[in-house]
Design a protein around this ligand. Structure first.
Ligand code: ARG
Length: 458
């Protein structure tokens, strides 16, 4: 017998039942469903709907169910449509017809929205600490080799020399913003739908503010129609997840490139690479490719839910049942990749000599222009003059540092014989010492700031 079977003469078709039920995936919210029901029972008691004795019996039954879930001995049966019906069915088995009083003034519409929010509120901190661990791995890498120089790229063309530490940290800060976003999301998730009934509100004297407090929510949702249909928190979560995916994918892409033979900057550990079934020499960066690949699925989860929501006509519609799988998938995917990624980064080997060999004098062309600026030449003019020097170097098939003194002089008198000092990449890096720059002292400060930033979120 279905919970809602009263008005039907025929049983639901087996195929329709299979399509309709959500127990296969929403049983994951069992602890939250029981918690929500306990709070609801308390609210019903305060409203005078349940006597203290009835409340005690119902609560005792729910506690027993909670224990069954904890001990993984709760058994689902074929007629359990979703987690809400399963818990209510079991309560009836344990305490008899009194179980039927628990759903007074409540609908599965406000119930499911509450369970889902509770689930997310409990899982946000887990995701946060996985992100924090990856951040720690990045900071450790940044601290480990403070002097290593890496060619910095824009448009994937050699641009300016940078510290490798600075590069590692460039992947730390996006994760910090991700964590801040997840933290802010907690506030918008902690708005309670329970007590809104199916759509119009509940006719019983439920103190929704007390109910919200009891469940650790910040406030009750202010509009019952909105409360049962609002899945903004799920969309926002999926956006956060998708953006985390994008951040991880960018990092993965760079590591894949830098560990190719053509770059040769990194070598991945055997423990985080795979081989080829055909080509014996291959060592493939599958972990990083999967991070990059899965970020596409994470993006799809966000777009999928937005598309599900966009034309819903009113309050609760069954389409909303589609909200859970993308959210669970997003969480599970990140929890699967974040620790592996941290380990893979921790164990990769760096090749500073190869990085250094890729630094050529042209990467100090900006320094050369700045050299002229220091001698009073306006930057725009200096840029054009250095452009001439670059052209001369290309013509002679040589480096900017190999052009003769007279050649420089013929371009501009301000190029004096100290001009060759600008081609030292160490000096070039040291000059960029303003806050946020790549100079060793600025990076040192940045590492301090990274530690502080992480602490603030703890
Ligand atoms: N399984 C449903 C869901 O996940 C629960 C709410 C069902 N509500 C209803 N009116 N059929 O959305």
């Amino acid at each position: 017998m279905k919970l809602w079977g009263g008005r039907f003469n025929q049983p639901i078709g087996k195929d329709a039942w299979e399509l309709n039920k959500s127990i296969t995936f929403d049983q994951r919210m069992a602890p939250q469903d029981v918690r929500g029901s306990m709070a609801w029972a308390q609210a019903l008691r305060s409203a005078g709907v349940l006597t203290p004795q009835e409340w005690e019996q119902i609560t005792g039954g729910l506690q027993a169910i909670q224990k069954e879930f904890e001990d993984a001995v709760f058994s689902f049966i074929e007629s359990d449509e979703d987690i809400h019906t399963a818990v209510e069915r079991r309560l009836g088995e344990l305490i008899g017809p009194l179980a039927g009083k628990l759903h007074t003034g409540r609908s599965r519409n406000d119930q499911v929205a509450t369970d889902f929010r509770l689930w997310l509120l409990e899982h946000l901190p887990i995701l946060d600490s996985a992100l924090a661990s990856l951040q720690s791995a990045l900071v450790e890498r940044a601290e480990a080799h403070p002097d290593v120089i890496l060619p910095g790229y824009t448009h994937l063309q050699r641009a300016q020399p940078i510290l490798l530490s600075h590069w590692w940290l460039s992947h730390f800060w996006p994760l910090q913003r991700d964590r801040e976003r997840l933290l802010e999301l907690q506030n918008r998730t902690a708005v309670l739908p329970l007590g809104c009934g199916a759509l119009a509100g509940t006719p019983f004297a439920i103190d929704r503010t007390a109910l919200a407090e009891d469940l650790g929510f910040l406030s009750p949702a202010p509009n019952s129609l909105d409360a049962v249909s609002d899945r903004d928190f799920a969309v926002e979560f999926l956006f956060c997840v998708a953006l985390i995916g994008v951040h991880l994918s960018k990092l993965a892409e760079a590591v894949i490139l830098y560990s190719s033979a053509e770059f040769g900057f990194f070598e991945l550990s055997d423990a985080y690479t795979t081989g080829s079934s055909l080509m014996p020499q291959k060592k493939n960066p599958d972990v990083f490719e999967l991070v990059r690949g899965k970020s596409g699925t994470l993006l799809g989860n966000l777009i999928g839910l937005l598309a599900t929501l966009k034309a819903l006509p009113s309050t609760y519609d069954k389409d909303l049942q589609e909200d859970k799988l993308p959210v669970f998938n997003g969480f599970d995917t990140l929890m699967a990749i974040l620790p592996v990624l941290a380990n893979a980064l921790e164990t990769l080997t760096i090749h500073p000599d190869t990085m250094k060999k890729c630094i050529d004098a042209s990467m100090m062309a900006t320094d050369l222009a700045d050299y002229l600026v220091a001698k009073g030449v306006p930057f725009r003019e200096a840029h054009a003059l250095v452009g001439q020097a670059v052209q001369a170097a290309v013509q002679h098939q040589t480096g900017l540092d190999q052009l003769s003194q007279s050649e420089y002089q013929s371009i501009h008198k301000a190029f004096e014989n100290d001009v060759y000092t600008v081609f030292d990449p160490v000096e070039s890096i040291a000059r960029r010492s303003a806050l946020g720059g790549t100079a060793p002292e600025a990076v040192k400060e940045q590492i301090q700031a990274a530690h502080c930033a992480m602490q603030v979120l703890q």
